[in-house]
Design a protein around this ligand. Structure first.
Ligand code: NAP
Length: 278
């Protein structure tokens, strides 16, 4: 199989490259094709002629998306449609990554694939538009709070902050599932191999607030967790431009039907990653 990974330098893309040991992997970065350049994207797919395309690229800066909505739509939506069209021309299957931010966060329970979407931010709206443009034949993998050894991400930011003396303040009223890119990539690859059509939620088990997650990082990294202070979203100075869902815990009603085990509790891959980083 020829596998084209788009966004191969990002967190998920970096881990995904090693998930196809028996296949011919082409790892494309922004320098190979900028997703805002439709013709370059078409040419890349045409030249590679893949059996499978996995799109891990995104304009992920949630707050910047509020002030750069055209760029958000170009990268997170229009480019996904271009990839879907180019994939169908060479009979390739497309897998594209999406986000928990397609939900408004008002549901008191975890969100499953069939739940109604209602994104509150430009980022969430652009990713939802990307889901639609991916089309019914593609795999859409929604995930959340991604961490890995590849910067930038919250885990690496927290480790840097813990290296200083300051108190760390994190919100205790946004709850989600921290997800480790290496665990996520294995399931993304499996769904791609199966050419699964439809939306699948893939996140590590265990839901926490950002405050609880950062306390867990501090604890596991050998720092005093009481250095982490809980605040509410309303206390953030300055306030963040993009609204975040209060609850974006993802659960899956699809993975079990495919015989794919849920990802393990996030505390395990956190431990593994910290032991290799520290
Ligand atoms: N990170 C999270 O917490 C999170 C949460 C939920 C869902 N997701 C979704 O999961 C997927 C993977 O996320 P990630 O954390 O691996 O993202 P990431 O680390 O930010 O990587 C994204 C990659 O996309 C590339 N990219 C951005 N704009 C591009 C453009 N115009 N043309 C070509 N490449 C471009 C970036 O290249 P440069 O390095 O050159 O900028 C980067 O390598 C994305 O679809 C994201 O929306 C992520």
């Amino acid at each position: 199989m020829r596998v084209l990974i788009v966004g191969a330098a990002g967190q998920v893309g970096t881990e995904l490259v090693s998930c196809f040991p028996d296949d011919d992997v082409i790892a494309a970065r922004r320098s190979d094709a900028d997703l805002t350049d439709t013709e370059a994207v078409r040419q890349l797919v045409h030249a590679v002629h893949p059996d499978l395309i996995v799109n891990c690229a995104a304009f992920n800066a949630v707050d910047r998306c509020e002030t750069e909505p055209e760029l958000a739509m170009a990268v997170n939506a229009t480019a996904v449609g271009v990839l879907a069209e180019a994939a169908s021309r060479c009979d390739a299957h497309l897998v594209t990554l999406s986000t928990d931010y397609v939900f408004d966060g008002t549901k008191p329970e975890p969100y499953v694939e069939s739940d109604m979407v209602n994104p509150r931010s430009v980022y969430g709206q652009s990713k939802l538009a990307g889901e639609v443009l991916a089309g019914h034949d593609s795999t859409i993998v929604r995930t959340s709070w991604v961490c890995s050894r590849t910067p930038p991400n919250m885990l690496l930011t927290v480790l840097r902050l813990l290296g200083g003396d300051d108190t760390l303040r994190f919100v205790d009223d946004q709850i989600g599932c921290p997800t480790f890119a290496a665990d996520l990539a294995g399931v993304v690859a499996e769904l791609g191999r199966r050419r699964h059509a439809g939306i699948v939620h893939v996140a590590n088990e265990g839901s926490v607030s950002w405050f609880q997650f950062v306390q867990e990082i501090a604890r596991q990294a050998g720092h005093d967790p009481s250095r982490v202070e809980a605040i509410s979203t309303a206390d953030l100075v300055p306030p963040r431009p993009a609204p975040r869902p209060a609850n974006s815990v993802l659960a899956s009603e699809v993975l079990a039907t495919l015989g794919i085990a849920p990802l393990r509790d996030f505390r395990e891959p956190l431990r593994e990653l910290l032991s290799s980083l520290l």
